[in-house]
Design a protein around this ligand. Structure first.
Ligand SMILES: [Zn+2]
Length: 303
């Protein structure tokens, strides 16, 4: 590697690394490489955040072939913070699924179970057993209560993705407390386990949101933008998209170089999620952020 390319790699690494480490004041903090899935569907209807069942099988199979072991959020955080020394001989990956799509239960869970992989699923607590009404994409069914219970009983972790999938950075203190606190309580009542992991809807977070989340009992969260600004407890994850292949995923979580086209693609795609609330033209949401009340938008269809 030439001196110039080495310099570029060092300068750009905070923007692309995510899975390998984060630079804090010049010190690289080791983190666990993480992947963020949404829907795994036989019919992805050209939704970029959804991947086909065959793609998911191929990606999971590639991880197994490369001897990756999977971690849940609870398992990943102590390693990321250095409480447990990371074993460099082991390839580890964090598998996360946002939104609690029902397709996880039907299509992803059987593949994970067959490979003995564990994942962390983040349902939107106010939409359990209902169809989505918050997404710009076509409405989809969310996991039901018995399905969440079964997923948890199989050893997969359940985390919160908020109550109504609101952009938490737009909310005032009381609404923010409802989104973070009530969603946690609902999921704890269903699973009988402490919910300590959080995934920020639309990937939107700031220090204020994360500090309140910690006060309410969360100890870890995933972020898929602003990787270079991660705070302790927040684990960078890379989005997985409909165009991904096993090789592009491996390029993201076990890159040969600090920067890759695959990482750049994931980083660019992650910014589209931020635009979703704008696309909905939800004016009360955008123009009066501090007075927006939490609540599920109607009409809500039940399964
Ligand atoms: Zn989401």
């Amino acid at each position: 590697m030439t001196t110039l390319s080495a310099l570029c790699a060092v300068l750009l690494s905070p923007f692309f690394l995510g899975g390998a480490g984060i630079v804090f004041f010049g010190r690289v903090i080791r983190t666990i490489p993480g992947l963020l899935f949404h829907s795994v569907s036989p019919n992805n209807r050209l939704v970029l955040s959804s991947i086909s069942v065959s793609s998911f099988r191929a990606i999971a199979g590639a991880l197994e072939t490369k001897n990756f072991t999977t971690l849940t959020m609870k398992e990943a955080v102590p390693i990321g913070t250095g409480t447990i020394p990371a074993d460099s001989r082991k390839q580890r990956v964090l598998l996360t699924f946002d939104d609690g799509c029902r397709s996880f239960f039907s299509h992803a869970l059987p593949v994970l179970e067959a490979l003995k992989f564990k994942a962390t699923v983040f349902p939107v607590a106010g939409y359990i057993g209902r169809y989505s009404s918050w997404d710009v994409m076509p409405s989809f069914p969310h996991l039901t209560k018995p399905e969440i219970m079964e997923i948890s009983a199989l050893g997969h972790e359940i985390g919160s993705h908020g109550l109504t999938h609101a952009d938490l950075t737009y909310l005032g203190p009381s609404d923010l407390k409802v989104e973070l606190g009530d969603s946690k309580k609902i999921l704890e009542d269903i699973t009988g386990k402490k919910v300590t992991a959080l995934s920020f809807p639309f990937g939107s977070w700031n220090t204020r949101v994360w500090e309140l989340a910690q006060e309410l009992g969360y100890c870890c969260g995933t972020i898929y933008r602003k990787h270079g600004h991660a705070l302790p407890g927040l684990i960078p994850v890379h989005g997985v998209y409909g165009f991904d292949t096993p090789q592009t995923i491996l390029d993201r979580i076990a890159p040969a170089y600090p920067c890759s086209l695959s990482m750049a693609c994931a980083r660019i795609m992650s910014h589209f999620a931020k635009g979703a609330p704008l696309w909905k033209f939800d004016t009360s949401y955008l123009l009066r952020p501090d007075t927006k009340r939490c609540g599920i938008k109607n009409p809500v269809r039940f399964l």
